[in-house]
Ligand binder design. Structure first.
Ligand code: UT7
Length: 325
C-alpha cells in the first residue's frame, strides 16, 4: 500500500518585540540612516516585523511553534521520530538547531538535522521529510522553519535591514493512507551565490569576512519572479493538476510585489494568496510555515483544500510543494 505524508497540525511563534516601520525609522534615524514608512510599504508591503530578545534563539522560537503543532495534531513528544529544522540562523555552528530543539521538547533518540536552503528551506525540509515518511524511515515528523535574521542584519544598510524579521513555524507531518503531499519540485543554482549571502565564516576562532546579510535586491527580484512561476507550473504538472485546483497559494513572504506577480501569472486572485509579509517582514525559512499556521488558525485554510507552497532565496535556491491539507 502506498504511504502518503499529511500535515496533521501546524504551529508558529513570533517574538514579543514588534517594531512597526515607524519604530524602525526612528531607531535608524538615531544612527543617521534615512528611510521611511512610505518607502518600505510601497516597495515591499512590509508594515511591521518582530525581533527576538537578547538570549532568544531559533531553537526557542522553534520549540514554541512545535508545541503548538503537536497540540493541534494531538501528537505526543514520544511519538515524534524525525525532526528537520530549516534555518540559516542556527543557535550554534554545531550541534544542529534540530538537536537543541529535540532536547527542549523532551525528545531523544530519533534522527534530527538542519536543512540550509535559506528562504527555500521549509519546502526543502518538507520534501525530505515526505521522502523519509514514504520510504518508511519515519512515521511522525516535526518539520520546522525558524530564524533570527535580526542577528545577521547590518543596521547601517537601509537596503536590507528594513526587510527582515524573526519567527518560527512548524508542522507535524504524518504517515497516512490518504493523500497529503502530492508533488514537490526543488532547484538550486550556485552561480548566483553572491547576490544574496552572508559571506563571513569562523576561522582560527575569529569571524573572518563580513557576517551580515548582503543582497542585490533587484537581481534577486528578477530571478525570483521567473523561478517561482516555473516551480509552480512544474509541481502542478507532476501532480496532474492545474492552476484552478489551487485553493491557497502560500508563497515565501519577501515582497508583496513578487507575490502579486506570481499570482497574476498563475491567474489566481490575491484573495487566494496568504499574505503575512505586512506583519512579519521576511522571516526566511520561517515565512511559509508561519503564513500557513496563520491561515489555518484564522479558519481560511480548511481540511481537504489544495495548497501550493513555494520558496525562493539564497543559494540561489527555489522550489514548490503541492499538497492536500
Ligand atoms: O528572501 C529572499 C528573497 N528576497 C527577495 O525576494 C527580495 C527581492 N528584492 C526586493 O524585494 C526589492 O528589490 C527591494 C525591496 C530589496 C528593493 O526594492 P527596489 O524597488 O528594487 O528598490 P531599489 O533597490 O531599486 O532602490 C530604489 C531606491 C534607491 O535610490 P536611488 O538609487 O534610486 O536614488 C535606493 O537607494 O530606493 C533607495 N532605497 C531606500 N530608500 C529609503 C533603498 N532602500 C531604501 C530604504 N529607504 N530602506
Amino acid at each position: 500500500m502506498t504511504i502518503f505524508a499529511r500535515i496533521t497540525g501546524t504551529g508558529s511563534c513570533l517574538p514579543v518585540r514588534r517594531l512597526s516601520n515607524q519604530d524602525l525609522v526612528e531607531q535608524l534615524a538615531q544612527q543617521g540612516i534615512e528611510t521611511s514608512d512610505e518607502w518600505i510599504v510601497e516597495r515591499t508591503g512590509i508594515r511591521a516585523r518582530h525581533f527576538a530578545a537578547d538570549g532568544e534563539f531559533s531553537s526557542d522560537l522553534a520549540a514554541h511553534a512545535c508545541r503548538q503543532a503537536m497540540e493541534a495534531a494531538r501528537a505526543k513528544p514520544a511519538e515524534i521520530d524525525l525532526i528537520i529544522v530549516a534555518t540559516s540562523t542556527p543557535d550554534m555552528v554545531f550541534p544542529s538547531t534540530a538537536a537543541l530543539l529535540q532536547h527542549k521538547l523532551g525528545i531523544s533518540g530519533c534522527p534530527v538535522f538542519d536543512v540550509q536552503a535559506v528562504c527555500s528551506g521549509f519546502v526543502y525540509a518538507l520534501t525530505v521529510a515526505n521522502a523519509m515518511i514514504q520510504n518508511g524511515s519515519a512515521r511522525k515528523a516535526l518539520v520546522v522553519g525558524a530564524e533570527v535574521f535580526s542577528r545577521i542584519l547590518d543596521f547601517n544598510d537601509r537596503t536590507t535591514c528594513v526587510l527582515f524579521g524573526d519567527g518560527a513555524g512548524a508542522v507535524v507531518l504524518e504517515a497516512s493512507d490518504t493523500t497529503g503531499i502530492l508533488a514537490s519540485d526543488l532547484h538550486a543554482d550556485g552561480q548566483y551565490a553572491g547576490i544574496l549571502c552572508v559571506p563571513g565564516h569562523v576561522s582560527g576562532g575569529q569571524i573572518s569576512g563580513d557576517p551580515t546579510l548582503k543582497m542585490d535586491g533587484q537581481a534577486v527580484f528578477k530571478l525570483a519572479v521567473g523561478v517561482l512561476e516555473e516551480a509552480a507550473r512544474a509541481v502542478l504538472v507532476k501532480a496532474g493538476k492545474t492552476e484552478s485546483d489551487i485553493d491557497w497559494l502560500i508563497p515565501h513572504q519577501a515582497n508583496i510585489r513578487i507575490m502579486q506577480s506570481t499570482a497574476r501569472k498563475l491567474k489566481l486572485p490575491m484573495d487566494k494568496v496568504v499574505v503575512t509579509v505586512d506583519q512579519h517582514g521576511n522571516t526566511s525559512a520561517a515565512s511559509i510555515p508561519l503564513a500557513l499556521d496563520c491561515a489555518v488558525r484564522d479558519g481560511r485554510i480548511q481540511p481537504g483544500q489544495t495548497l501550493l507552497l513555494e520558496g525562493v532565496g539564497g543559494g540561489f535556491t527555489w522550489g514548490a510543494v503541492l499538497l492536500n491539507f
